[in-house]
Design a protein around this ligand. Structure first.
Ligand code: FES
Length: 555
C-alpha cells in the first residue's frame, strides 16, 4: 500500500501536470483576442509536445492517476461533511471527466483515429457556430478545471513561506487568465462565424476532413464509454463505503470529549477531525486533512490502548512543530477507544499565522538556553550625550549584538532599554542551544571590540558589557497583546540567566555561564574560575564559571 507521502506527492505532481496543460490551453485560447491565426500558431507549437509519445503518456497518465487518487480519497473519507472549499474541489473534480470525455472524443480521437481536422478554426466552427451547446459545455469544462486546479494549487502552496507575499499576484492571474481565455474563445468564435457566412467558405470548412456517420457514432460510443466507466467507478467506491460502514459498526464506536464538555460518538475508523466536522465543531485544518500543515493538532488524553501508534509521516509533522508527546494530528488520529481532545489552534487560523509562530502559540515547556546582555554604566554615558547620539549608539550596538546572536543560531527575544534577552535551542533543543549561546557570547565579545574601534571618537571610553547564560526548562509560547504578541520564554531559568548577567559587574568579568550550559554544550570550562551560588527553584547550589571575556571561549 503506498504511504500517505507517496499518495500526496503523486496527487500533487499529477495535478501540476494537468494544471500546466490547462494553463497553456487557456493562454492559447486568449490569443483569440488577436486572431484565430495567432491561436493556431501557438497550437502548432504546443501540440508537438502533448501529441508526442512522452507528452501523451505524461498527460493521460497524470489524468488517470489523478482520477484514481480522487476515488481513493473519496473512499477514505469516513464522513462526507467537509468545508465548502473542499466540497467544491471534490465535486468539480468528478464533474471534469464527464465534460472532458466529449472533448477527448471530438478533438484528440477525431484527429488520431480518423485524421480529423483538429484546427482551431474547425473546433470553433463546431462549438460556436454549429453546436453552441457544446461550446457552453466547453466553457463549463474550462471553468471547472481551472477552479479545481487553483483550489488544489492553493492547498499545496499555502504551506510555503513565500506564498503570503505572492498570493495577490497569483490571485490576479487566477482571475485574469480564464477571463482572457473566455474572451479569446468568444472573439475567435465570432471571427470563424463571420467567415462561415460565406456559403462557399462554410462548405469548404465542412468538407474538410468531414467524418462519416459511422465514425461519429464510434466517437460517441467512446465518449459514452468513458463517462460510463467514471460513473461506474464512483458508484463502486460509494458501495464500498457502505460496506465498510457496516463492517465498522461491528467494530464498535468511540467517543471524543471536547473541552466544552461535548461528547461525540463515532464509528471506529473515523479520524478526530472527521468527528469534529460531523459534529460541526470548528476545527483548524489548513491543508484539508492531508497531514501536512499540523494546524489540526490536538492535545489528547486517553487510556492505554485507545490511541493507535503514530505513523512516520505524522511523527515528522509533529516533530517539525516541536509538539509535546501528548499532541497528535486530528486528521491522522483514528482512535480505538474514548479520548478527550483539545484542539490547540484557533479554527480561524491561517497557515502563515501558524508557521510564523513556529508552533508555539499554545505554549510548551522546553529545555533552552537563555542569554542576557547589558551595557555597563550606560545611564552615565547617556547623560553626556544628545538624545540623537544615544539612539544612534544603541541602534549600532543592537545591530552588532543582534547579528552575533542570530549568526550563532539564536533568536533575539527582546531589547529592554540597553539590555538584550536572547533564546537558543527553542527548535533545536538544549544541547545545540547551549553550544549556540556560547558561540554567540564569543561573537558578541568580538563584535564589541570592533564596535568600540569604530566609535572610538564618539565615546568617552569603550563600551563594556556583561553577559549571563543559563540553561533549563522554560515556558515558551506566544505572549503579549495585539501587535506586540511574540514568542518569548518565562520561568526560573530565565530569571537565573538575568541574575548571572547582573553578577558580571560584581565579579568584574564580561561573561558568566552556568555549569548547566557547559554540560549541555559538552564543553570543558574548567580553565575558568568556578563559584557556587544559590538560586530560586533549586535546592542545590548552582555552579557558575566567571569568564573575563566572551572571546576567551575561543581556544
Ligand atoms: S489538517 Fe493539516 S495536518 Fe491535519
Amino acid at each position: 500500500m503506498p504511504t500517505p507521502q507517496i499518495i500526496n506527492k503523486s496527487r500533487l505532481y499529477s495535478g501540476l501536470i494537468l494544471f500546466t496543460y490547462v494553463s497553456i490551453h487557456l493562454i492559447n485560447h486568449s490569443l483569440g483576442l488577436i486572431s484565430v491565426m495567432a491561436m493556431q500558431a501557438m497550437l502548432d507549437q504546443i501540440e508537438h509536445v502533448w501529441e508526442s509519445i512522452p507528452g501523451t503518456v505524461m498527460l493521460y497518465g497524470a489524468l488517470l492517476i489523478h482520477l484514481l487518487l480522487a476515488l481513493l480519497a473519496l473512499y477514505r473519507r469516513r464522513s462526507l461533511r467537509m468545508p465548502a472549499i473542499e466540497a467544491a474541489q471534490l465535486c468539480l473534480g468528478f464533474l471534469i471527466p464527464f465534460l472532458l470525455a466529449q472533448h477527448i472524443a471530438s478533438i484528440r480521437l477525431t484527429y488520431s483515429l480518423y485524421d480529423g481536422d483538429d484546427t482551431y478554426r474547425a473546433e470553433l466552427l463546431r462549438m460556436y457556430t454549429l453546436n453552441p451547446v457544446r461550446g457552453w459545455m466547453q466553457v463549463v469544462l474550462l471553468i471547472a478545471a481551472w477552479i479545481h486546479g487553483t483550489i488544489g494549487v492553493n492547498f499545496s502552496l499555502k504551506l510555503r513561506s513565500w506564498y503570503g507575499a505572492a498570493k495577490p499576484t497569483l490571485f490576479a492571474i487566477a482571475i485574469l487568465l480564464p477571463v482572457l481565455a473566455l474572451l479569446g474563445f468568444w472573439e475567435g468564435g465570432r471571427e470563424v462565424d463571420e467567415m462561415a457566412m460565406d456559403p462557399a467558405v462554410m462548405a469548404q470548412m465542412l468538407a474538410h476532413h468531414a467524418l462519416s456517420p459511422d465514425a461519429l457514432a464510434h466517437l460517441d460510443r467512446i465518449r459514452d464509454g468513458m463517462r460510463g466507466t467514471v460513473a461506474g467507478l464512483i458508484l463502486v467506491v460509494l458501495a464500498l463505503r457502505l460496506l465498510r460502514r457496516q463492517w465498522q459498526r461491528r467494530r464498535g464506536t468511540f467517543r471524543v470529549t471536547y473541552p466544552d464538555g461535548r461528547r461525540i460518538e463515532a464509528l471506529i475508523g473515523t479520524s478526530v477531525l472527521e468527528v469534529s466536522r460531523m459534529a460541526r465543531i470548528p476545527h483548524a485544518s489548513v491543508c484539508g486533512g492531508r497531514g501536512r500543515c499540523s494546524t489540526c493538532r490536538i492535545r489528547v488524553v486517553a487510556p492505554a490502548g485507545a490511541l493507535p501508534e503514530v505513523s512516520d509521516e505524522e511523527m515528522k509533522v509533529l516533530h517539525r512543530v516541536g509538539a509535546a508527546p501528548n499532541v497528535r494530528l486530528a486528521c491522522q488520529l483514528r482512535p480505538l477507544g474514548h479520548v478527550s481532545a483539545t484542539p490547540l489552534l484557533s479554527p480561524t487560523l491561517t497557515v502563515h499565522e501558524d508557521l510564523g509562530s513556529g508552533g508555539h502559540m499554545t505554549g510548551s515547556e522546553r529545555e533552552i538556553a537563555i542569554l542576557f546582555a547589558d551595557i555597563r554604566s550606560f545611564t552615565e554615558l547617556a547623560e553626556t550625550k544628545l538624545p540623537y547620539d544615544v539612539v544612534f549608539l544603541l541602534n549600532r550596538y543592537f545591530e552588532e549584538m543582534g547579528r552575533a546572536i542570530e549568526g550563532a543560531g539564536g533568536r533575539v527575544d527582546k531589547f529592554i532599554g540597553d539590555g538584550i534577552m536572547a533564546l537558543f535551542g527553542v527548535e533545536s533543543g538544549a544541547e545545540a542551544g547551549c553550544r549556540a549561546a556560547l558561540a554567540a557570547a564569543a561573537a558578541m565579545s568580538e563584535r564589541l571590540i570592533h564596535l568600540n574601534a569604530m566609535l572610538a571618537e564618539d565615546l568617552p571610553k569603550p563600551l563594556k558589557i556583561g553577559i549571563g547564560i543559563h540553561a533549563g526548562p522554560a515556558i515558551v509560547g506566544e505572549m503579549g497583546f495585539g501587535q506586540t504578541v511574540s514568542v518569548t520564554a518565562i520561568g526560573d531559568a530565565v530569571n537565573t540567566a538575568s541574575r548571572l548577567e547582573s553578577m558580571t559587574k560584581e565579579q568584574g568579568v564580561q561573561l558568566i555561564v552556568s555549569e548547566e550550559v557547559a554540560r549541555h554544550a559538552e564543553t570543558n570550562l574548567d580553565r575558568f574560575p568556578a563559584m557556587a551560588i544559590m538560586v530560586r527553584g533549586r535546592v542545590q547550589p548552582l555552579t557558575i564559571r566567571c569568564i573575563p571575556l566572551g572571546s576567551d571561549l575561543v581556544e
